[in-house]
Design a protein around this ligand. Structure first.
Ligand code: FAD
Length: 307
C-alpha cells in the first residue's frame, strides 16, 4: 500500500522540498546514486568496469517545465559524452536519457525533446557509444517510441524501453523485435491507472515473461532489466532456447541494488550493464526506488530515527 503513496509524493513539489532539504536523507540517497558531480559518475564507472561490468549513465533530471532548463540538461549530456570520450570509457559506458528532462512536457514538447535528444545521440555515436531512451509515464509512450523510431533511421543502436505493466507493451515488443531494435524490458516504475496497466504483481511478472519471450525470439538485442531472480532465470533459459550467444542480449540492474548478483552473472560470462544515476536532481528517482521496496523505506526511517 505504501508504494502508491510514495509514487504520488514523487510528483509533489512540497514533499520534494521537504525531503531534499534534510541532510538526514543523504546517506540513503547515496545508496542509490553515484554522486552529484560528473566526476563521481566517472569514478563509479571506472570501479564497475574494473569488475567486468558495463555501464549506462543517467544524468538525473525529469519533468522539466522551462525550455532553458531543457537546453541545460541537453548540454549536461553533451559534456558527459565529451568526458567519456576523453577518459576512453565510451566503448563500455553508454547513456540513458529521460525525454521529459529534454522538454517533452512543454508545449511543442515532442519536437523540442526530439531536437535536443538528436544532438546527444549524434554526439554519442561520434564518440563510439549509444543512447537508450528511458520510458516514463504512459502519457509519454507514443511520443517516446515515435522519437525512438526516427532516431534509429540514422542511429540504429539507439535503445528503447518497454514496461511490462502496460497492456500495450506486448504489441510494442512484437513491433520492436521485428525491427531488430535494442530493447530494455522493465516492469515499470510509475503509478498507472487500471485502464492502461496491470495492477497486480503476478500479472506484471507474467506479462514480463510474455514480452521477454517475444524479444528473445526476435531479431533485436534484448536488455533484461530486472533484479527479480525468477525472471533472471527465465531470461537465461529463453536465451539458451533461442540460441543467442552471450553478446546477443544483456542483463541490466540499478546502481546499488543486488551488487553480488551483478558480479555473479558477469562471472558466468553474461553481459551485465549497471544503470548509474548521478546529479543533483535525484528526488523523483529516489522516491521511485523507495516505492519499489518497503524495506528501503524502513531503512530510510531508521536512519532518520537514529540521528
Ligand atoms: P521487483 O519484483 O520489484 O524486485 C525483485 C527483487 O529485486 C526484490 O525482491 C529486491 O530483492 C530487489 N529490488 C527491486 N527493487 C529494489 C529496490 N528499489 N531496492 C532494493 N532492492 C530492490 N522503469 C521505468 O518505468 N522506466 C525505465 O526506463 C526504467 N529503467 C530501468 C533501468 C534498469 C537498468 C532497471 C534495472 C530498472 C529500470 N526501471 C525502469 C525500473 C523498473 O521498472 C522496476 O521498477 C524496478 O526494476 C524494480 O522491479 P524488478 O524487476 O527489479 O522486480
Amino acid at each position: 500500500m505504501l508504494g502508491p503513496v510514495l509514487l504520488a509524493a514523487a510528483g509533489s513539489e512540497r514533499v520534494r522540498r521537504l525531503v531534499s532539504s534534510t541532510p538526514l536523507t543523504r546517506p540513503v540517497v547515496d545508496r542509490f546514486i553515484a554522486g552529484e558531480e560528473l566526476s563521481d559518475a566517472l569514478d563509479a564507472t571506472t570501479v564497475l568496469l574494473a569488475r567486468g561490468l558495463t555501464v549506462t549513465l543517467d544524468r538525473l533530471g525529469e519533468s522539466v517545465t522551462d525550455p532553458a532548463r531543457a537546453s541545460r540538461n541537453r548540454d549536461g549530456y553533451l559534456a558527459l559524452v565529451d568526458e567519456l570520450a576523453a577518459a576512453g570509457l565510451a566503448e563500455r559506458a553508454e547513456l540513458s536519457v529521460k525525454l521529459s528532462a529534454f522538454g517533452q512536457a512543454l508545449p511543442d514538447g515532442h519536437d523540442i525533446a526530439h531536437r535536443n535528444v538528436a544532438r546527444v545521440v549524434a554526439a554519442a555515436s561520434d564518440a563510439g557509444t549509444a543512447v537508450t531512451l528511458d520510458m516514463e509515464d504512459h502519457r509519454t509512450t507514443d511520443s517516446t517510441l515515435a522519437i525512438h523510431r526516427e532516431l534509429r533511421a540514422a542511429h540504429p543502436e539507439t535503445g528503447a524501453v518497454l514496461q511490462s505493466y502496460l497492456f500495450r507493451s506486448e504489441d510494442d515488443a512484437r513491433a520492436l523485435a521485428a525491427a531488430g531494435a535494442r530493447v530494455r524490458l522493465v516492469k515499470g516504475a510509475y503509478r498507472e491507472p487500471p485502464e492502461v496497466a496491470f495492477q497486480r504483481k503476478t500479472e506484471v511478472d507474467l506479462a514480463y515473461v510474455r514480452c521477454l519471450r517475444t524479444l528473445m525470439a526476435g531479431a533485436g538485442h534484448p536488455m533484461v532489466a530486472t533484479h527479480d531472480p525468477r525472471l533472471v532465470a527465465v531470461a537465461e533459459e529463453l536465451a539458451k532456447r533461442a540460441g543467442r550467444p552471450s553478446d546477443g542480449y544483456e542483463f541490466q540492474m540499478l546502481f546499488g541494488i543486488r551488487d553480488a548478483e551483478q558480479r555473479r552473472l558477469a562471472a558466468q560470462g553474461h553481459r551485465v550493464r549497471v544503470y548509474v544515476p548521478y546529479g543533483t536532481d535525484w528526488y523523483g528517482y529516489f522516491m521511485r526506488r523507495l516505492a519499489e521496496r518497503p524495506a528501503n523505506l524502513a531503512f530510510f526511517a531508521r536512519s532518520l530515527a537514529t540521528r
